[in-house]
Design a protein around this ligand. Sequence first.
Ligand code: UN1
Length: 513
Amino acid sequence: EMTSKISETLQQLGLETINNGTSTGSNWFSGGSAIVSVSPVDGQTIAQVKATTKEDYEKVIGTAEKAFKEWRKVTAPQRGEVVRQFGDKLRANKEALGKLVSYEMGKSYQEGLGEVQEMIDICDFAVGLSRQLHGLTMHSERPGHRMYEQWHPMGVVGIISAFNFPVAVWSWNTALAWVCGDVCIWKPSEKTPVVSVACQKLIAEVLKENNLPEGISCLITGDYKVGEWLTDDKRVPLVSATGSIRMGKIVAQAVAARLGKSLLELGGNNAIIVTPDADIKMTVIGAVFGAVGTCGQRCTSTRRLIVHEAVYEEVKNAIVDAYKQLRIGDPLDENNHVGPLIDKDAVNNYLDALKKVQEEGGTILVEGGQLEGNGYESGCYVKPAIAEAKNDYKIVQHETFAPILYLMKYNGSIENAIELQNGVVQGLSSAIMTNNLREAEYFLSHQGSDCGIANVNIGTSGAEIGGAFGGEKETGGGRESGSDAWKVYMRRQTNTINYTIELPLAQGIKFDL
Ligand code: UN1
């Protein structure tokens, strides 16, 4: 049954009948077992969504393949127009969707709205892109020949997304894939199925209003097994996956085994380097938001603070003081800074990490722990913690998806800080706080940060959609969202046209008949 807190929101999103499976925007979800969505905010059941069966999956794939044949005939700017309309639907439903994201995932209402804003922004970006999917023209080595390249749609794109950005990451993929002429099958996290049904419903409305096939946007739900159907499926030329390194390695191998393409956005272990020339006030805001925002559950969350010895005590005291101000509680209450973790497993991982850092020799600076009592009934609320630790501790090398910040010291020059910062298997986001031009430029140079994202005087999280988002090493190498990330959703074709009555061969080869 629905809780009073969210029933109005579900109604606004047209999901009042979600529990009998009729409001998914598709009628394939018949046979599967129920996935129960429980809010980490108050432990209440939001709704049940039926899992996709293998039979359902075959229907979905068939529908998607058929839709692709239609969709690729629609011109790219016209596809952009459909994405523009989807952006408008999101604008009209921003508050309701943002609230549902907040309630189902546990991030603050502000962040829920911010997530929907990212969706709107990527739609706008994709609309512009729909007239700019251009290739290059080359000079042929043969006389009377013209050579150029064009980008064609790829087909069915599989999208596996994580609970932490339950709707935005889907939209970064779909908005681009759609203008590129692809159709999408989305496998959201089984921890956040209701928001995915809400999104599917909105796009299904847009497609219907435009007399376009529903299969342009498909939703499948369930656990990793449902994801495996996608990764193993030759009919899915591209699989975009966001999640843990462990999951990414499985996806990458399965997709590679059939020589498909994958786009991976996996774990981060993001650090801020704080130099002697850092603005301490800015550092505190950037580091605290980076470490505790979204309860430490962003890929870009700040995990490590690498502080120069000259400012170490000052920075340490300022951050510890700032943590005293943090209000933890219901994320829908705008007075709170930190909401819950996604579920009790996440709480256990967090507690385990705190234990491990101490076993390895770390010192707790800000005590963590699970919160109990009034307002914390879901069992998912924890205290953001800080530990002094060494970079080579096993637990520091590991991404714990929780608000734990590791503080470490560096001596001497910026090179030493960069060695620590790069000394992890992940390579997503990084930042330096400095007013020293030499240090900033060194950090950004080829000798500097090895991450996909490198920032100066801002934190590690909060990347804008206009840039390419993703990272190196075990982060998986994929790039989503802005810049030229669209290219991964298309296939490149090189075309050479001979407009003479001769047939000269390339490389000057003579072949006389
Ligand atoms: C993620 O955590 O998966 O940069 C994505 C940020 C957001 C996206 C994070 N714009 O923090």
